[in-house]
Design a protein around this ligand. Sequence first.
Ligand SMILES: [Zn+2]
Length: 479
Amino acid sequence: MTQIRFYDTPRREKVAFEPLEEGKIRMYSCGPTVWDYAHIGNFRAFLFPDVLKRYLQYRGFVVEHVMNLTDVDDRIVKQVGDGGTTLNEYVQTYIDGFFDDLDRLGIQRADRYPRATEHVEEMVQLIEKLVAEGAAYERDGSVYFAIESFKSYGEFAHLDLTGMRDGVRIDSDKYDKEHVRDFVLWKAWTEADGDIAWPSPFGRGRPGWHLECSCMSMKYLGETFDIHTGGVDLIFPHHQNEIAQSEASTHRPFVRYWMHNEFVNIDGAGMSKSVGNNVRLQDIGDREQIQAYRYLVVTSHYRTILNFTDEALKAASSARRRLNRLANRLRETSCGDGAAASASLEPNAWNEAVQTAEDAFRLALDDDLNTPRAMAAIFGLVGDAERLLGSDEMAPQDAAVALKFLTVTDGVLGFLDDVDESEPEAAVELTPNQQQMLEDRHQARSSKDWSRADELRDLLAAEGIAVIDGPEGQQWTQT
Ligand SMILES: [Zn+2]
């Protein structure tokens, strides 16, 4: 077995991954702030840990996964104040909406979704500990973290603090990335908070956003745990602040591997023009398109910016349908009597081909969850399977082996479900990146670099583009 390697944000490189406890992984992901429905870009931060967790389970680990629900923050307090409702009523709508969206996207549930408002007592205890340690101080009923007390503040996010410490305290949950400031742990009650307040030794108030993740992650996963995920926008200040709060209170390392997913860029998408940038999941379209969105996100490497366009969605849908069509045909063939096929293949040749594909799939994911390469490994086998099925050369046992491979890989990436085969597919245009891959493939073939040409063919297939080499040179079609 190869070594698993993950890109660790503070170390800025891929490092060998070893869990703290053999066979078991404790993982925390920053969850949604339930002040509104999530928009599609947000789901990358939920799809990424979903695939990461499924992959770690595939690699034989038991994964304990916790994701918080931020159910009190500045925006929620304002909305509740404006809307004449209670906090619980207000957030329940968006909590329900969040879980509906997870189900639509086929995201497996975390083991726990702790809510901030249900852990205020523990948060107060953590603040008291930080005050006792000299890492926090009180001002006018609020409590702030003293960043001067935490010597390595800024190192995690690779900040050059020269000129950034302006000695100002910050009360809001979000603060700009240009300044380094003492941040709030406990916010004193103000009139604008209305009924939203909890008692504490510092007076009535409510916890700050950064504090809740430190408190709830350590409560459920221990003072040191294995993996913490989140979007790159959370590296500073949120995750830097989580580290400061946690390590100043425990004097132990907080998290062993920090993994961050990149953004989704929807500027180029037609739908963003019509409905603005706050595209919700159902705005993408019907169930098939939402599944295609999952496919598009999980087959893009999590550390690259994903350009979400209508074309990319169509191609993802097409690739996903191709896999589902193949799975259906394999299912039928594996149940057949095999009279047509029987001895057409070398004994064990097909088993070896499938094993090679699975090895390539696993190696790709072992290398910092390289899902595009993992998909290329799948499509390397898909073409062969389609050819054998097309010429009636696949025996039932071979179909069963291929189907098992698709089922196992689907367990990690989640692309199989019932596809409506009668639905017509939309025509696809190549993206600039796909055009470049075709051009590179042409070059590779000209210089007889066959393995590079095959690799590019498989990468294109994973994006829904089939390349055929004919007398006129290479042609492409939508799969
Ligand atoms: Zn968080």
